[in-house]
Design a protein. Structure first.
Length: 217
């Protein structure tokens, strides 16, 4: 190989090396701020999660369900509802008895809700979500909506805060549902049954306990 060719090869190799170094430098300058920003976001998110951590230990709550939701007579053979109706009579209305059987923790900041904040799952069966049916709980003599259906569009509410269930304490709640008048084929008229769920959510402990009943159409 001639001296000129060797020199050309050397110049080429040096040029390639310089270009590679320059490329690496540009990539470093470009990505470093993004990596730093990403790390900052991760740190910020961790801080947020830490600040939102539970502030209490969950109490052990024993739940006892009774009754059911019965709309067999209210929903006609065509899957419609002639007039607004609550379905259940007082003797078979769904009830929930809550007893705090924990030996060391009270259940504080306790909610009754149909939307579970922990699993992000609702307690109304999908087939009933956009019908004409709404669900309520009676607390301190007041009827409070848990799932409100307006014109065929349903929405979960925040439920009701029953406060603290102390160690050894208990409370009993009554639930109800209302099916507004509905056209034919809004409901399944084949004698279907569904599972309806309510959640007892201890907000300070970020812990929920489900209860369930059968709903018949």
């Amino acid at each position: 190989m001639s001296k000129n060719k060797s020199t050309n090869w050397a110049v080429t190799i040096i040029a390639v090396a310089i270009a590679a170094v320059a490329c690496i430098a540009v990539m470093y300058m470009y990505y470093t701020p993004q990596i730093t920003a990403a790390n900052a976001r991760a740190t910020s998110l961790s801080s947020q999660l830490s600040s939102a951590a539970a502030t209490a230990s969950p109490a052990y709550l024993a739940l006892t369900e009774a009754g059911d939701f019965d709309f067999i007579d209210e929903i006609d053979a065509n899957g419609g509802v002639a007039a607004d109706d609550t379905g259940n009579d007082a003797t078979s209305a769904p009830t929930l008895a809550i007893v705090n059987e924990d030996t060391s923790d009270a259940a504080t900041n306790t909610y009754i809700t149909m939307w579970d904040p922990e699993s992000s799952v609702g307690g109304v069966p999908t087939a009933l979500e956009d019908t004409t049916m709404s669900f309520y709980v009676t607390y301190n003599g007041v009827l409070v909506p848990l799932y409100l259906n307006t014109g065929g569009v349903g929405e979960y509410t925040n439920g009701v805060n029953v406060g603290t269930v102390p160690i050894g304490g208990s409370t009993t709640l009554t639930f109800s549902a209302v099916a507004d008048a509905a056209a034919d084929d809004v409901y399944d008229d084949s004698g279907a049954t569904y599972t309806v769920r309510i959640y007892v959510y201890q907000a300070d402990a970020q812990s929920s306990t489900p209860a369930s009943w059968t709903l018949s159409t």
